[in-house]
Write a protein that binds this ligand. Sequence first.
Ligand code: NAD
Length: 355
Amino acid sequence: MLETILITGGAGFVGSNLALSLKERSRQSQIFCFDNLNRRGSELNVPRLQAAGIQFIKGDVRNKKELLALPRIDAFIECSAEPSVLAGFKDPEYMIDTNLKGTLNCLELARRDGSGFIFLSTSRVYPMETINGVEFEEKETRFDWPEGLERAGISYQGVSEELSLNGPKSLYGATKLASEQIVTEYLAMFGLKGVINRLGVIAGPWQMGKIDQGIVGFWVMEHLFNGSLSYIGFGGRGKQVRDAVHIDDVCDLVFCQMNRLEELSGGIYNVGGGRANSFSLLELTRIVQEATGTSIPIASDAATRPADLRIYMTDNSRIRQATGWAPKKSMAEIVKDTVSWAKANESCLKDMFGR
Ligand SMILES: NC(=O)c1ccc[n+]([C@@H]2O[C@H](COP(=O)([O-])OP(=O)(O)OC[C@H]3O[C@@H](n4cnc5c(N)ncnc54)[C@H](O)[C@@H]3O)[C@@H](O)[C@H]2O)c1
């Protein structure tokens, strides 16, 4: 394992879990987590990181000088972002500066040190109209793609890397796709080694879920802390579908990629829970009700929010073929682990989110 690892967005959900998992697997590694704590709740991760011997640095990826002041690093995992699609409507500048210019600044540090580069991208790089334009069926508890569906890049199993990237994808998706392209150029031009993971919904402990990002964590916390929920969009019946991957499975994959970076370099991979871990909001409610023993009223709002998707599921074929990786943890385990975490941290989470 490499010696010095930098994780930008390192106090966030993915970054902090990765840092702790990598430290656990490779105690001799020096790990730096760099984060401006823009995400509400990320500050709760700082003492956890420090207790594990990980160095936290408060800093901003928009500021190249702050990044270039860091010591020499061997491996870079870029997890900083404004990850909410809806945030891009409110503050496009912050999104572009962080998600795109921030990536460029990170690449400059990687270029300085010749470090490996793992970029956390998103399934939202795929165009909305193409995905929403696919024929679908309405079943009792969910919308679904027809079983025999076979389009270029979309099948019953999910979206593959073959799907055309042409068309609007939200500012969030666009900043990530533009970053991907610059990452690819840096790998080619400067001989860096790196991979790009296009992730679907990630979930599990320490996700500070909110209405516009982190749906599983949000659903669990609203149930546990007497909150309120609504089925929003696509008729307001909770039938829209996503797939979720457990954060532990993402940590396994990144660890594998770091160890095989030379061989995997240049790869772009869809990564997600896949059909087996797909759920509609209605189905998520039932899983959360079972895990929490609680039921709360859920309102309905028929109007679809801008940039929303009716169905998204990941076709993991390429990453499975390249690495043998496949998600191990089921939807029920994802929810169970999230519930256990939220219960164990009830007082600070209630304070944080005012529930
Ligand atoms: N969570 C998901 O479901 C999901 C899905 C697909 C892709 N991703 C990607 O994974 C990565 C991590 O996402 P996450 O779920 O951990 O989100 P998160 O919001 O929990 O973590 C992102 C971290 O980046 C930090 N940050 C924001 N702006 C910054 C800036 N200008 N400078 C430094 N730090 C800054 C935030 O404070 C936060 O701690 C992101 O790139 C995101 O786009 C996440």
